[in-house]
Design a protein around this ligand. Sequence first.
Ligand SMILES: [Cu+2]
Length: 169
Amino acid sequence: MRFNGLALVAGAMAIVACSGGDKKADSTAATTNDTAAAPATTTTTTATTTGSTTAAAPITGKTVEVKMIGDGSTYKFDPAEVTIKQGDAIKWVMVSGGPHNVAFIDTPDAAKAQLSANMPQQMKDLTSPMMMTPNETYIVSFGKVPAGTYNYHCEPHAAMGMKGKITVQ
Ligand SMILES: [Cu+2]
C-alpha cells in the first residue's frame, strides 16, 4: 500500500512536471507562430488592397456632350439616350436649373469597379458631385467599361423624370 501511494505521488509529480514542460513548449511555439504570421498577414493585406484597386482608364475615343437642363417645370438630360463605344467619354454640361448630378443606378456588378474608378470626385459610389454653376462640366471615361446599358438619373430631379441611359458597345 505504501509503495502504491508513493507511486501515485511520483506519478502526479511527473504529470505536473510534464504539463509545465508542455506549457512552456506551447507558449514558445505560439510566440514563434505569431512572429511568423505577422509579416505574412501584412503581405496578404497589401496584395489584396492592390488587387482590388481598379485604375482609372483613359479616354481613347470621342467625347459626347450631354446637357443638364431645368426650367422650373421640366428637367432633363439632353440627349437622354446616348450610344458610345468602349473608350469614349460622356461630358455632362450644366446648363440650367441645377443643382444636377449624375448617379448611376442598377449598374451591373461586373462594371462597377471600373466605372467607379473612371468617375472623378464622387460624392458617393457611382455618383458625381452636385453641379450648380452653368457651364460646369463632369467628364467620365468609359475606357475599359464593359459593353452594356448604364442607367443614371439626377438625384434632385429623379422624381421629375431627369434620367438618362448610356449604351456602351
Ligand atoms: Cu437635376
